[in-house]
Design a protein around this ligand. Structure first.
Ligand SMILES: Nc1ncnc2c1ncn2[C@@H]1O[C@H](COP(=O)(O)OP(=O)(O)OP(=O)(O)O)[C@@H](O)[C@H]1O
Length: 479
């Protein structure tokens, strides 16, 4: 890089005219004070509390942060605020940069990639001209151009997953291999996975990105075996720079495909190619899967997508309305977000239906009309929105234990079993994460929830009475 290369030891290469006596610490403290007025207290505590100024010269200030996730998150979400804070304190056109503490080499490479708006290098502008070609390439790979980072609305439910995905896509998440994304249906796993592929192809059109579902992997493998063409099959998958496999849980019970995938996986890891997997459940909950594969899935970074909260659901609806040029009243949007909680795909479906109705009939849609147009979707959603509270109530009544024992530490066998059944049903019937379930059961950790779920599953397999009891409770809750 040029002369202004930041140094980790923080020595000033040129005495800055704007801060003659300012040490890095003082300058960062002043920038931090200003930043606190520009971002929320939560955001500051989460993303900037561990930051420091590690170098400064007349054109650049480099802020070091504790991890890749911090770096990507700040670059994606807070660059304008960071830049304003820097400009306010230094009163000069000093460009703010973010780097991970201890990774100056990576920083040098990234400076080329991460540019402030308006300073895009020719390479990037050229790339934008080639958007049409990019779209073509994405389609060849099987990636949906609409599944981009830009179109993904980040909320508390997805911020860690999103940050991990952007880190992997920018090549700074080398340690996150494999990246394992799990979560309930329609929560954006495929969207984020494809966004990784899309960004990589956008940055480097020559990268060999392969995307497919595990079902397709199995079918192609069977085909290749039948045709005696395994060599070609292996060349395709074992030479990928980035392998994206959706819905890995569908490999369950398919021993030969798992065996093949195991070798593909190992070869790619040896070559330091990136692997990203999605699943509708955590790796440890996938049944009929080789333990050696499960342990490999767990050896990288696992992130969970949870159901979005109300404000995120509203934001998603607003973004979709903008993207699709649809107009619905605030009241209807709130109605949708309140009633459809567990699945973004369903939320989208409801929005499309209302928008289609409005465009065909020319009629405005009010809440009453929305309710009647969406009766089936709302019924389906209603069946799925069993809450942990209702589970605890029904289970404690059934087993004749106190409701308070659902979160107590008491361990007589009947109470412990009732609690385990309630945790099992919470896992099965609600979109809550392991952590949320543990919290609702007296602050237990996620390992306790996993253990409870496994215990109940084992007893369901072996004991007819347990199976009948759980089926009965399940039916009562979903009625
Ligand atoms: N946070 C979000 N912002 C914008 N769109 C979203 C978001 N989450 C999900 N979606 C949209 O919801 C739809 C469903 O998402 P996606 O297909 O990625 O879900 P999934 O988790 O892979 O579901 P499944 O497990 O059923 O395959 C997509 O159209 C996606 O664009």
């Amino acid at each position: 890089m040029q002369e202004s290369t930041p140094q980790l030891n923080g020595t000033l290469e040129t005495t800055p005219t704007y801060a003659p006596n300012g040490s890095h610490v003082t300058i960062w403290n002043a920038v931090a004070e200003k930043l606190k007025t520009l971002v929320s207290t939560d955001a500051f505590a989460r993303w900037f509390a561990g930051a420091q100024c590690f170098s400064l010269n007349q054109t650049e200030i480099c802020i070091s942060v504790p991890s890749d996730i911090h770096q990507v998150w700040i670059e994606t979400n807070f660059m304008p605020e960071l830049q304003s804070a820097v400009s306010a304190v230094l009163e000069a056109t000093v460009v703010a940069r973010v780097a991970v503490a201890g990774q100056e080499e990576l920083f040098e490479e990234r400076v080329e990639k991460v540019q402030l708006p308006g300073t895009q290098p020719a390479r990037k502008q050229q790339r934008e001209l080639n958007d049409g070609q990019l779209e073509k390439k994405l389609k060849t790979i099987g990636l949906n151009p609409l599944f981009s980072f830009k179109r993904f609305v980040v909320g508390q439910n997805s911020e860690f997953a999103h940050a991990a995905c952007t880190a992997v896509a920018s090549g700074s998440g080398v340690a996150y291999n494999p990246l394992f994304i799990h979560g309930g249906s329609g929560l954006g796993k495929t969207h984020l996975m494809q966004a990784i592929g899309q960004r990589i192809v956008d940055e480097n059109p020559d990268a060999k990105v392969v995307y497919l579902t595990s079902e397709k992997f199995t079918n192609q493998f069977i085909d290749a075996v039948k045709k005696g063409d395994l060599e070609k099959f292996r060349r395709k998958y074992r030479k990928a720079d980035v392998l994206l496999i959706d819905d890995i849980q569908f490999l369950a019970g398919k021993e030969r495909s798992q065996e093949e995938f195991f070798h593909t996986f190992n070869t790619l890891l040896d070559l330091q190619s990136q692997i990203v997997l999605t699943s509708d459940r955590p790796a440890c909950e996938i049944k009929n899967f080789e333990p050696r594969l499960i342990s490999r899935f767990e050896s990288g970074l696992t992130v969970e997508l949870q159901s979005p909260r109300m404000e995120t659901r509203v934001a998603i609806l607003r973004r979709k309305m903008e993207d699709w040029d649809v107009k619905l009243s605030d009241e209807v949007i709130r109605f949708l977000a309140e009633r459809i909680r567990s699945n973004v795909r369903r939320l989208e479906g409801a929005l499309v239906r209302l928008a289609t109705f409005a465009s065909l009939g020319g009629n405005a849609v009010d809440v009453e009309r929305a309710e009647s147009l969406l009766r089936d979707i709302l019924r389906e959603e209603g069946a799925k929105t069993v809450t942990i509270d209702s589970i605890q109530k029904v289970v404690s009544e059934h087993f004749d234990v106190r409701l308070a024992d659902m979160s107590s530490r008491r361990r007589p066998a009947n109470i412990a079993f009732a609690r385990q059944v309630a945790m099992y049903l919470s896992r099965k019937l609600t979109p809550s994460s392991l952590m949320e379930i543990g919290d609702a059961f007296g602050g237990r950790d996620h390992g306790t929830v996993i253990h409870a779920v496994k215990k109940v599953e084992q007893r369901i397999d072996k004991e007819g009475t347990v199976r009948d009891t759980v089926d009965l409770l399940d039916a009562m809750l979903q009625r």
